[in-house]
Design a protein around this ligand. Sequence first.
Ligand code: ATP
Ligand code: MG
Length: 665
Amino acid sequence: AVAAAPSVLDGLDPDQRQAAAHADGPLLVLAGPGTGKTRTLVHAIAHRVAELGVPADQCLAVTFTRRAAGELAERLEALLGERAVGILATTFHGLGLTIVREQHARLARGAHVQVADDAVRAELLDAALHGEGDARQQRRIAAGIADLKRQRALGAARRDHELLGVLARYDAALRDRDMVDLDDLIVLPLTLLRDAPDLVERYRARFRHVWVDEYQDTDELQYRLLSLLCPPTANLAVIGDPDQAIYSFRGADVGFFLRFEQDYPGARTAALTRGYRSTPTIVRAALDAIAPASLVPGRTLTAVRGHAGDGPVLLRRHRGETEEAIAVVDSIDAALGGTSFHALDVGVDGSVDAGLSFADIAVLYRTTRQAEPIMEALATRGFPFQRRSHLPLADAPAVAFLLALLRAPTAGPVGPRPVSSLVRDAAGRAGALADAIGTELGASSLLTEPGAFPDGGLIPAGRVPSEAELRLAVELLMPAAASAGTDLNTFLTTVTMASEVDGYDPRADRVSLLTLHASKGLEFGLVFLIGCEDGLLPLRFGAARPKAGADDGAAANPTTAANPDVAANPDVAANPDVAVAAEAARAAEAEERRLFFVGITRARDRLILSSAARRPGRGADAEIRPSPFLADIDASLLSTEPTPQTDAPRRRNRRESVGQQLRLV
Ligand code: ATP
Ligand code: MG
């Protein structure tokens, strides 16, 4: 027999290979977490470009986050080198921006049209409202006009004259500044293409090969844009997992996934059933957890990893969130310094990864504010971390304090110095200040008026942060400080504008702190899923004191006020309103369960599920119960062994420890 020529498809298993080799017409890949969907997508594109001669610039790959898009681009470049140039790997918003920039004249925008960030939006909205209303009302109106804009594009807008007026003024102001907002990135291309058949033809001819990852979280506007670009016979491959649909609060609709075969009647379907990512135990725990609400009945997902190094999912119960945070940090310490992890770190092909690094570790949580105790504990221990958040960095009080110190004029001349060392200096001054005030004023460290440092320079008003808060602030500011070099002004503007999401670097050697929503598509050797509690998973509105705008907006979503008891109410059948409410509650709880499923399946080797009996804002009387979802995981997969010993001597040479005896993480 003649040996087949090597192909980029060689890195795939037979099912993946068949899906990736599919070249003509629509394709649906429906498969569970860790089965290699994203890997298949990458190899499919590489195959088409490198082996089927498809021009790179005819390939469009759309995924859910900018981070995921960046990773696609990177993996394509690794496989294709120079030949990857021209492939458009992006998000729906990125695709929209491409179209908006190319068609700027038709959209009454300039060639350098910019996307307005939250600060600009707030400013324009304030102007459109003529400065009326408090912050809360403005947020409500902002949501209202965004909704109106989207509904209008779908041809279903309410005739709310007041809101329409505000929207018109706001849109005009955006145009004046040569800007668009995030919604415009989908709405403008959609409305433009809908009325311009010539343009539709051009874009169809350009993007002849289209892939969409995480298709289960497509919303209606994105779906319609995609439908315009891809007629029923297009080379469109959609990839996803209905059980990982977690963005319905933002309008995503798994229904588009489920009806793909009706929209694209000639579609082939492919199922991938081998789970490459997680240990057999983690896979089984995940399947148990999703079973009561699975949208893919009878799904097969078999872990291909052997049992070597497999261990139970750890279940931990803590008194409070501080104890929970300390246990997380202790475990990280043990995992990095001890022997426990390396025995687990065996790849599918039997290769042994010689070391666990911070980058292999993630702490996942349901609501943004759960990150705070974790960050403090990590900062205290000196462990580097990064967090994805949509809140401006400068909102953290200790960060604001340091920035104020950096802005304040100082006595002596300052030559060019690295911003990172200026930040550390400021933290030192703030720390000394806190000490001084501590002795002068007793325990109080509240300054009501700006003062002056003995060596010159103003002291900002406000509470002087604690040492732990300062350490945390320094940690949060370091990535921006490092990239600013000696340019303090650039640093101050970037940090003031930036939300941390921009600073998240998947390759940085830092512990990742992520909401469950943000963890989608990622994987880590060691995963802590904290706050596995009734009220957080599933989230009940009010239970977790979520801040408005926190948690990707999910926490503020009233439909997550799931109440399973309603379903058991005998009045349900008689009263349609109650029935509707019960259905909404069931749907919301199912989505919470899918979030839990997504979280579990981020773990490759080791998963730790923890809960706290008390949490701030939850009242002091009753113990918080563990998440009801935990009860669905077969007890044989779990270990509730008491908290680890962490006092064993640290082992510095990680290679040495491979294969040595397991110690509990
Ligand atoms: P998710 O649903 O979480 O997005 P996914 O189906 O997209 O998961 P991938 O991220 O593509 O899964 O793959 C999961 C892991 O398994 C990755 O580390 C990937 O490299 C590995 N993997 C996938 N397929 C194979 C294979 N055929 N051989 C070796 N490793 C593989
Ligand atoms: Mg994926």
